[in-house]
Each structure stands twice: as C-alpha cells, then as structure tokens.
Design a protein around this ligand. Structure first.
Ligand code: 8YV
Length: 315
C-alpha cells in the first residue's frame, strides 16, 4: 500500500523522525529554501500536516494542499492553525493535551522561584568571584505564603495552582466561569482585579482571538511594582509592548517569560532588562513529555488513516 504523503512543518527529535518516515511519505517544509515552489510541487499530494504548536498551519499552506484531511499538532496549543480554513474544508485537527500538563506547570513554578530568589544572578555571583570580592548576594523576595493569581484555570492552570498550594500560597483565579474543582481558591471575574490581589500572576490561558492582549496595561499596572508576571501560554495573551514599557518604567516588578512575539527572535529590549527571566519556549521540553507528544501526534495520524476515532481531536 502507498504511504500517505504528509507535510512536516518543523523538525522533531530523531526518535519521532524515524517512525514518522516509516509510516508516511514525509515532505519537509521547514527545509525547503523556496517554500512557495516547494508547496506548488508537493501540495497536491499532501493528505496530512504534522506541525508544532508554535508553527501551526496557515490558511495559505492549507489552501496549497487540496487533498488535506488532517492537521496533527505536536503541542496543546493550536492557535497557529487556521481553524476556520480547516472547518470550511472539513479538515480534522488534533493536538497533544494532558501529556505535557505537568511539565508546563513545573516550569512555570520553577520560573517563579528562580526569578523571585534571584537564582540565575546568584549563580553568576558565585562563578564571577563576586561572592569572594564583594560579599553576600543582595537579599531577594520570598515565595511561600504570598498571593498567586492564575489567569486561566484549565489543565495547566490547575496543575500550577496545585503546586503553589504546596508553598502555602493564597490562590485566586480568573476564567470564563467558576470551576467546580477549584476547592478553596477564590474566583475573580476581572483580570484587573485578579492582578490587584496577586504577587505572582500566572498566564495559563489557551490563546485565541478572544484572549489577545488580555494582559494589557491595566492588568500590568494592577500587578504593580512589587508584582511578577509569569507566562507559559502564548505571547499573544500579553500586550508585549505594554509589558516592556511597564518593566522599563518599573511600574511592573518583574516578568518570567517562556514565549515571545515573533519567537525565536525576540524584542531586543528584553535583553537590556534586569528584571526579566527569559526562557526559549521550553515548558514542555523534557525527554519524557516530548516522547509522549510525538507518540500522540502519530497515534492521531495513524487512527485517521486507519479510519478509527481520533484520540485527541480538536476539530
Ligand atoms: C511546544 C507548545 O513547545 O504545547 C504547546 O502548545 O507550544 C509546546 O508544547 C511546541 O509545540 C514544540 O515545538
């Protein structure tokens, strides 16, 4: 039987490349020097797109693949997939929820601890010899017992909150509705109110057109000069220009960010800020989780081509 032809939007680890190539005739979009010519050549044969959360599949790519049946996303976020274009054509979409939840929550909490306790700067203090030359590292800020706000109490927000409970933190959250599983955590409807009552504001919302810049100047000002913003969701949830200004003006205390507009190129103004912790979109980046994500991408593709129910459908 002929292998279905699939379009691969970005690189995967070797342990995913091998089985993918075994089952499918894989066309590597990300390696093509001339993307338009590449699509014009192989687009008519493509039956599936295998992509990554941040790469998605644009309306243009989808339109270039008239026989497209399914888009399988390596990631829980599918905001970069043009869902309208898929819906209009009856193209199925899948993602990789659940398998990455714990790791994303872990990194969010690690970022809070690292930033608040100055872990990165303190390590540099030891290595540079400043400890011996200048004495003790400047005092930092406590985490345990302080106030946390969770913007978006979905799977990831819930796991963050559970972890923060272990630090004896006071927890509040915002979401479209009160969650029955948020036992003992305060529900706050307005993100500005949530920020006002938070020392650490975690952004754990699934991104969509409706959540774009939900963290705006008003939210940042409510979080204030003693507050810290932590984003492990998508850059589009935050007004990045307003964030940079608030950090520069010290109207906002600090920010720990795993995602950026236009990543992997980031706004160079971030690099000049002392009050930020910058991460290279690596919240789901453990061997264990990435193996589970790759397996789920293939399970969805395999189920589709076998005519079985999709394990984790979005559309
Ligand atoms: C990945 C992600 O970093 O789950 C998501 O939505 O963005 C990530 O887990 C990404 O898809 C890997 O490239």
């Amino acid at each position: 039987m002929m292998k279905p032809t699939i379009l691969q939007m970005g690189a995967y680890p070797d342990w995913d490349e091998a089985p993918l190539n075994q089952s499918y005739d894989v066309r590597r979009y990300f390696e093509a020097p001339d993307k338009a010519a590449f699509l014009a050549d192989c687009g008519p044969d493509i039956r599936a797109i295998a992509t990554r959360g941040e790469l998605g599949a644009s309306a243009e790519v989808i339109a270039a693949c008239p026989k497209l049946e399914i888009v399988s996303v390596y990631g829980v976020g599918y905001d970069a997939v043009d869902l309208e274009a898929c819906r209009a054509r009856g193209v199925r979409v899948t993602n990789t929820p659940d398998v990455l939840t714990g790791d994303v929550a872990d990194l969010g909490v690690a970022m809070m601890l690292a930033l608040s306790r100055g872990v990165v700067g303190a390590e540099a203090w030891v290595r540079s010899g400043e400890w011996a030359d200048k004495g003790n590292y400047p005092l930092q800020r406590r985490v345990w017992g302080r106030r946390a706000g969770i913007l978006g109490l979905g799977r990831i927000g819930f796991e963050v909150a559970k972890r923060l409970q272990g630090f004896g933190m006071e927890i509040a959250y915002s979401d479209i509705a009160e969650k029955p599983y948020a036992d003992g955590w305060s529900f706050v409807t307005d993100p500005v109110d949530l920020a006002e009552r938070s020392d650490f504001l975690f952004v754990t919302l699934a991104a969509s057109a409706g959540t774009r810049h939900i963290v705006n100047r008003a939210v940042l000002d409510a979080l204030g000069p003693e507050g810290t913003l932590i984003n492990v969701s998508r850059a589009s949830n935050i007004d990045e220009a307003a964030l940079i200004e608030a950090l520069q003006d010290k109207r906002l205390g600090a920010a720990a960010l795993d995602v950026f507009e236009g990543e992997p190129s980031i706004d160079p103004r971030f690099l000049a800020l002392p009050n930020v912790l910058l991460q290279p979109h690596q919240a789901s980046g453990t061997v264990e989780t990435r193996k589970a994500m790759g397996a789920l991408v293939r399970k969805n593709l395999d189920a589709h081509f076998a005519g079985d129910a999709l394990p984790t459908p979005v559309l």
